[in-house]
Design a protein around this ligand. Structure first.
Ligand SMILES: N[C@@H](CCC(=O)N[C@@H](CS)C(=O)NCC(=O)O)C(=O)O
Length: 204
């Protein structure tokens, strides 16, 4: 298996899951600084120009955090990354959709890449501000739904590395103070050997 990633991106979520699983995998770094994700060598593999990309042993390509993580969870049942219980399984999907789809896909993209929405630079500060507002509000909602649980749905699951990468961005890129329950989750994540290994291998 190969994980195509760029340092500092959401691909760290899949990287963490690969470390949790502990099977051999290769890392392939995509040079975002030189816009390699838009070059034919990369788009031939993923025409969406995004990481993470998982290239499986049969050569087939899987994209999107939720699809990749679900495949990894289902093909490694002994790691118990997907709850057996229907309620927890549904809550895991609910959290992942919110973090990946809304916090990252909508809020973070507005805050960091307003040019995706308009070429009119005069509008960029307003779009960024709206994105940050959406992101911070979503973080508060995640904080409330975490409550006193150690992990998003009780036991560690596919949703935890997703919450980790948005918390990591808030901590290291926004330098913002995480709300208490998310801060405790972030500290728990940072203490996991899988997270430490993934961060180290990406150069952090
Ligand atoms: N929905 C995708 C989002 C992937 C995504 O947006 N990746 C970003 C990095 S965090 C990317 O590759 N951006 C490159 C670009 O847009 O040029 C997922 O969850 O896997």
């Amino acid at each position: 298996m190969k994980l195509m990633y760029a340092p500092g991106t959401c691909a760290i979520g899949i990287h963490i899951l690969l470390e949790e699983i502990g099977e051999p995998y290769e890392l392939v770094k995509v040079d975002f600084a030189n816009r390699a994700q838009y070059q034919p060598e990369f788009t031939g593999t993923n025409p969406k120009s995004k990481v993470p990309v998982l290239i499986r042993d049969d050569g087939s390509v899987l994209t999107e955090y939720q699809a990749i993580s679900t495949w990894l969870g289902l093909t490694n049942p002994d790691k118990k990354l997907i709850p057996a219980d229907a309620e927890r399984h549904a809550r895991m999907l609910e959290a992942m959709d919110y973090v990946v789809g809304f916090m990252h896909g909508q809020a973070w993209t507005r805050a960091m890449r307003p040019m995706v929405y308009t070429d009119n630079e005069a509008e960029h500060p307003g779009i960024k501000a709206r994105g940050l507002e959406m992101f911070n509000r979503a973080m508060s909602l995640m904080n409330a739904s975490l409550g006193s649980k150690d992990w998003v749905v009780g036991d560690f699951s596919l949703a935890d590395p997703a919450l980790f990468f948005v918390s990591w961005w808030a901590d290291t890129r926004l330098k913002s103070e995480l709300p208490a329950n998310v801060a405790a989750h972030y500290a728990r994540m940072r203490a996991r050997p899988s997270v430490q290994a993934a961060l180290a291998r990406e150069g952090f």
